[in-house]
Design a binder for this molecule. Structure first.
Ligand code: CUA
Length: 166
C-alpha cells in the first residue's frame, strides 16, 4: 500500500539521520577519550609526598612536639596537623591574619577530610601521604574545621577550630 510505503520511507530516512548523528557523537566521544587519555598521561602528576603512616608519631615532622603552628624565619606560618580517628591534633589551630599559611596534614589511620569552613581550604587526607595547602586569611575570626570524609563511627564528632588573629 502506498501509505505504508510512504510511512516506511519517512521512518527509514529519519532513522538513518539519527543513526548518522549517533555515530558522529560516539566517534566524537571516543576521540575525546583517546585524546584526553594521551594528553593527561603525558603530564607528570603533582608532586605528592609519601610518609610512613605507621611510624609518623615516633620521629620526624609529625611528632607531637612539631604539631601546630610554626612561624618561619620569613614570617610565614606552617601548620602541621594530624587527622586521626576521631580528632584533629591540635584541635585548636591559631594562625596570623594577612600572612601566607601552609597547612601540612596527614593521617596515621584512615582517609579523613580537611575543610576550613568559609575558605577554599579543602582536601582529602590519605594515610601514607602529606596533603599540603597554601592559603591566607584576610581578617581575624574563627572557622570550624570538620572532617568531611566518613571515617567510621566517630566521624561526626571529628572537628577542630581555626582562630585567625590580627
Ligand atoms: Cu575523620 Cu571523618
Amino acid at each position: 500500500m502506498a501509505e505504508v510505503d510512504l510511512l516506511r520511507g519517512v521512518t527509514d530516512g529519519s532513522e538513518r539521520r539519527w543513526a548518522r548523528l549517533v555515530a558522529v557523537v560516539v566517534a566524537l566521544v571516543v576521540t575525546l577519550m583517546i585524546y584526553s587519555g594521551l594528553h593527561w598521561s603525558a603530564i607528570a602528576p603533582a608532586p605528592v609526598q609519601a610518609i610512613d603512616a605507621a611510624t609518623l608519631h615516633l620521629s620526624g615532622e609529625f611528632m607531637e612536639a612539631n604539631l601546630g603552628t610554626a612561624i618561619q624565619p620569613d614570617g610565614s606560618a606552617v601548620v602541621r596537623v594530624l587527622a586521626q580517628q576521631y580528632a584533629f591534633v591540635p584541635a585548636c589551630i591559631v594562625v596570623p591574619a594577612n600572612t601566607p599559611v601552609t597547612f601540612r596534614i596527614t593521617s596515621p589511620d584512615v582517609v579523613h577530610g580537611f575543610l576550613i569552613v568559609g575558605t577554599n581550604v579543602n582536601s582529602m587526607v590519605v594515610p601514607g601521604y602529606v596533603a599540603e595547602l597554601r592559603t591566607r586569611f584576610d581578617r581575624a575570626g574563627e572557622h570550624v574545621m570538620p572532617c568531611h570524609e566518613y571515617c567510621s563511627v566517630g566521624h561526626e564528632g571529628m572537628w577542630a577550630r581555626v582562630k585567625v588573629l590580627e
